[in-house]
Design a protein around this ligand. Structure first.
Ligand code: ADP
Ligand code: MG
Length: 917
């Protein structure tokens, strides 16, 4: 279809004429029509400047100085007739860039796939049904269903709207929510901010619901035009590199200069010793290549990208790469209760009405089940007051119950589903209510008011407001109560009795809801605001709902404790309900406190900071409190992860170190503000993600340690020989081989090492710990000394007893074997290779085995020996050298055993660290 010219003033057209113009209807488009339009107009996306560009990726491999030095050296060697060196060097350059290219390509692909998974979605009418689709598949003429928390997927003209308010700051700069209505404007020439019958792509819905027909998609939208003007997408910066990548890049540059300095020094020394210029030049270049960890950035990218992919299999979608690093240092997880710690499936178990308690039987949301009084059916007098309660429960309800494959399911909010089912058991009838008492107005539930009101037009032409919500808050708004003999003014005794019953039910971990109503004179919906309606209510009764904890959460909580991570529950529920569940799950122990939103209001920021470490549960909180809780923990130097689902949670999600959005229950706005989305809304998934985050960090660290210690060893060996006037122990071809094969391949396997089971038994690493800490550098140097030491010793011995060629061959083999051995040891800083097991990283085992075989055959075959400029040696030599080469590993392992014995004596378990008390 032809995209209408941008000059069409949709806001000045009636909804009917817009629908007609776009050849669509209020029931949306058909699938075939959509396919045509999508093909004609393209996907609903802003043109991104950053697409995977294979050429750029490949050329990027040649961006380092070292590679160019190598290329030049290769050509010089060729000019001088050193064919073997020349071809070997150039082959290594090509191989290096092909491997690097392939890996980066894979990493980019993994990240692009993830971006797709976390892309926004939209609800549209297709073939007469509402379906959720990726926002990119929206076409002009689609009819959008919009509700609070959504991001508008495209520019659209409103067809229906109720209390719709949008935040258009991304477009107009106006941060206040603006009201939207279905009116037709009489002027075409109206600024964007005043087009009150339009919603615009990229803006968010603060409240209300609406239906709107899409008039422009992709680059045709107002947002697209701005993006077009700027020449690139402005919605979200691509996020080039993570903090760790930046730090490592800086560290790498430092290493380049240090190694070039050392190599330069050796070069000068060699010249003074009268070595041949060209030989020295090639050796220096190779040494520089060996010393500089040029593969480092690629390895970090691969570790992160593959980690992100693993996490997506565990139902955690990372939206921002730096989050992976931060996850590993998480020390506090602040989590929602309902649906995250609990299954989020409510069942009503108790009623309280007119001073009398009742039990409710039956499982799930189905209609089977009875209301019992002391185990018996209630008498007529009680049945009448139960009916009143039932009427409020179904009257003030938005949910639907539906039987799918024999199972009753809720369409809508689970809390309301349970109230609807219970209301039915008490005698209420939703279908009849909808017929006889048409809905007149609604004041939607929000987690700050904690109640929900539906106003209906009653048969007697009066209005009645049905209110369901948090009892403590509701009670404060009531002036009357339904007693056993009808409605009467509420007394203090009534309030006390109701509160006491509320406490009793909450103490049994039940979510308690109060029901109330109010009769009103006929009034137009516009003037029925929350303040106007929700007062002078008649209190009817209480309903107690159970929502069992998710079975896997208790274990996940104890894993957090073992890992030195605090779990803090944040909920809109009653403190007693929250505390009962917190105790059940092990989140709260004897001396932990529950703090309510009201108490929180009274605390100063300073006081909250002081007390935060003792508080396990925050109850009856509003979204604004979440931000204060985050700040308090951050002031205590914690790294805080925070979950959220509603629109109001977006600021807290942005404010947290790790903002986690709910994949199922979460709104689009929260998802787009988050660092990570958990697709099953499950607390255990957060813990799994933290575990992955720690594992990834460990892998990067061990890979770095392996590469750098290896390079240090090579530098030290060469230095020792040049300084003591000996011949070169390693030729350029040796250095290049070690760099690419002996170090390069195992490093790749280490970067994707399976996560060790003990990552969740350590305390979290401090917020600003440097990956290249003092102990890291110490270990790197020490290891370098050991490996250089053994091959230096072998070289010296060889020089005494054999030819230089054989001595070199032995020194080379020893260094290679020592490196290969070490790749097993470096996998854990605390566990020995036996404890880790050899078969836990099959890839590494294979690479090492193949390297060994190549090495050993090279020593038997004259051809390969020539390539390596060495001598052949026999099997007994090989065995001897293998034994010598094992010395560094053995020493390092012995040190591990002593160190872990010492630290377990002094440190104890991490759960005794101050953060977890
Ligand atoms: P949570 O943090 O556990 O998800 P919510 O903010 O959803 O808490 O709910 C807080 C309180 O608001 C509940 O304890 C309940 O009293 C009340 N409430 C929750 N959902 C509804 C609803 N759909 N209608 C009326 N009241 C509700
Ligand atoms: Mg909730």
């Amino acid at each position: 279809m032809n995209t209408p010219p941008p000059s069409v003033a949709w806001h000045a057209q009636s909804p009917e004429s817009v629908l007609e113009y776009l050849k669509t209807s209020i029931k949306g488009l058909s699938a075939s029509e959509v396919a045509q339009r999508l093909a004609a107009d393209g996907p609903n996306e802003l043109k991104e400047t950053k697409v995977i560009n294979l050429w750029r990726l490949f050329l990027g491999q040649f961006s380092s100085l070292i590679v160019w030095i190598l290329i030049v050296a290769g050509f010089i060697a060729g000019l001088l007739g050193e064919w073997v060196d020349s071809i070997a060097i150039l082959a290594i350059v090509v191989l290096n860039s092909v491997i690097g290219f392939y890996q980066e390509f894979n990493a980019e692909k993994a990240i692009a796939a993830l971006k797709k998974m976390t892309a926004p979605s939209a609800k549209v009418w297709r073939d007469g049904h509402v379906v959720a689709i990726p926002a990119a598949e929206v076409v002009t003429g689609d009819v959008l269903e919009i509700e609070d928390g959504d991001l508008a997927a495209a520019d659209a003209r409103l067809l229906e709207a109720s209390s719709l308010r949008c935040i258009e700051s991304s477009l107009t700069g106006e941060s206040e929510a603006v009201e939207k209505k279905v009116v037709t404007l009489d002027k075409a020439d109206v600024p964007l901010g005043d087009r009150e019958n339009m919603v615009f792509a990229g803006t968010s819905v603060a409240s209300g619901t609406a239906k709107a027909v899409v008039v422009a998609t992709g680059m045709q939208t107002e947002m697209g035009r701005i993006a077009g003007l700027l020449g690139e997408a402005t919605l979200e910066e691509a996020g080039e590199g993570t903090p760790l990548q930046h730090k490592l890049a800086a560290f790498g540059r430092l290493l380049v200069w240090i190694s070039l300095g050392i190599v330069g020094l050796l070069f000068v020394l060699g010249l003074l010793r009268g070595m041949k210029f060209f030989e020295l030049f090639l050796t220096s270049v190779s040494l520089a290549v060996a010393a500089v960890p040029e593969g480092l950035p690629a390895i970090v990218t691969i570790s992160l990208a593959l980690g992100v992919r693993r996490m997506s299999h565990r139902r955690a979608l990372v939206r921002k790469l730096p989050a992976v690093e931060t996850l590993g240092s998480t020390s506090v997880i602040c989590t929602d209760k309902t649906g995250t710690l609990t299954v989020g499936e409510m069942t009503a178990r108790a009623f309280y009405v007119a001073g009398q308690s009742f039990e409710i039987t039956g499982e799930g949301y189905g209609p089977d089940g009875k209301v019992l009084m002391d185990g018996k059916a209630p008498e007529a007098a009680h049945a009448a007051s139960l009916l009143e309660l039932g009427n409020v429960l179904v009257g003030g309800n938005n949910s639907h119950l539906q039987q799918v494959a024999g199972q009753w399911k809720v369409i809508g909010d689970p809390t309301e589903g349970a109230l609807l089912s219970a209301g039915g058991k008490a005698g209420g009838d939703k279908e009849r209510a909808d017929k006889e008492q048409p809905r007149h107005h609604e004041i939607p539930f929000d987690s700050d008011r904690k109640r929900h009101t539906v106003v209906r037009l009653m048969p007697d032409k009066l209005l009645r407001a049905f209110v369901n919500g948090a009892p403590d808050k509701l009670l404060a708004l009531c002036t009357h109560v339904l007693g056993s003999d009808g409605v009467r003014p509420i007394t203090d005794a009534d309030r006390n009795a109701i509160s006491a019953e509320n406490s009793t039910l909450a103490g049994k971990a039940m979510r308690v809801l109060g029901a109330a109503y109010r009769d009103l004179e006929p009034t137009p919906p516009e003037s029925l605001t929350a303040d106007q309606v929700e007062r002078e209510l008649v209190f009817v009764g209480l309903t107690g709902l159970v929502d069992p904890p998710r079975p896997e959460v208790k274990d996940a909580v104890s894993r957090c404790l073992a890992a030195g991570i605090r779990v803090v529950m944040i909920t809109g529920d009653h403190p007693q309900t929250a505390m009962a569940i917190a105790h059940e799950l092990g989140i709260a122990t004897g001396d932990n406190l529950a703090v309510s939103g009201i108490e929180l209001e009274k605390m100063s920021d300073d006081e909250l900071k002081q007390r935060a470490p003792q508080i396990a549960v925050y109850a009856r909180v509003t979204a604004a409190h979440k931000l204060r809780i985050i700040r308090a923990w951050k002031a205590n130097d914690a790294v805080v992860a925070m979950t959220g689902d509603g629109v109001n949670d977006a600021p807290a999600i942005k404010g947290a170190d790790i903002g986690i959005a709910m994949g199922r229950g979460g709104t689009e706005v929260t998802k787009q503000a988050s660092d990570m989305i958990i697709t099953d809304d499950n607390f255990a998934t957060i813990v799994a993600a933290v575990e992955e985050g720690r594992g990834i960090y460990d892998n990067i660290r061990k890979t770095l340690q392996y590469l750098l210690a290896g390079n240090t060893g090579e530098l030290l060996l060469m230095m020792a020989c040049i300084l003591s006037g000996l011949p070169m122990p390693l030729l350029p071809i040796h250095l290049l081989w070690i760099n690419l094969v002996t170090d390069g391949l195992p490093a790749l396997c280490l970067a994707v090492d399976p996560i060790d089971a003990d990552v969740m038994t350590r305390a979290p690493r401090p917020r600003n710990e440097r990956i290249t800490s003092g102990s890291f550098l110490g270990m790197m140097f020490f290891t370098g000394v050991l490996t250089a030491g053994v091959s230096f010793a072998v070289f010296l011995y060889g020089l005494r007893t054999e030819t230089v060629e054989l001595a070199r061959t032995h020194a080379f083999a020893t260094l290679v074997f020592a490196e290969l051995f070490r790749s097993f040891g470096v996998r854990s800083e605390t566990k020995t290779v036996w404890q880790m097991g050899f078969v836990t990283n099959i890839r590494l085992l294979l690479v090492v085995a193949v390297s060994f075989i190549i090495q050993i055959t090279s020593h038997h075959s004259r051809f390969i020996a020539d390539l390596f400029r060495g001598a052949t040696m026999d099997l007994s030599d090989c065995i001897m050298l293998t034994a010598v080469a094992a010395i560094p590993l053995v020493l390092l392992e012995i040190i591990k055993v002593f160190r872990s014995a010492a630290s377990s004596r002094t440190r104890g378990s991490p759960s005794s660290s101050p953060c977890t008390t």
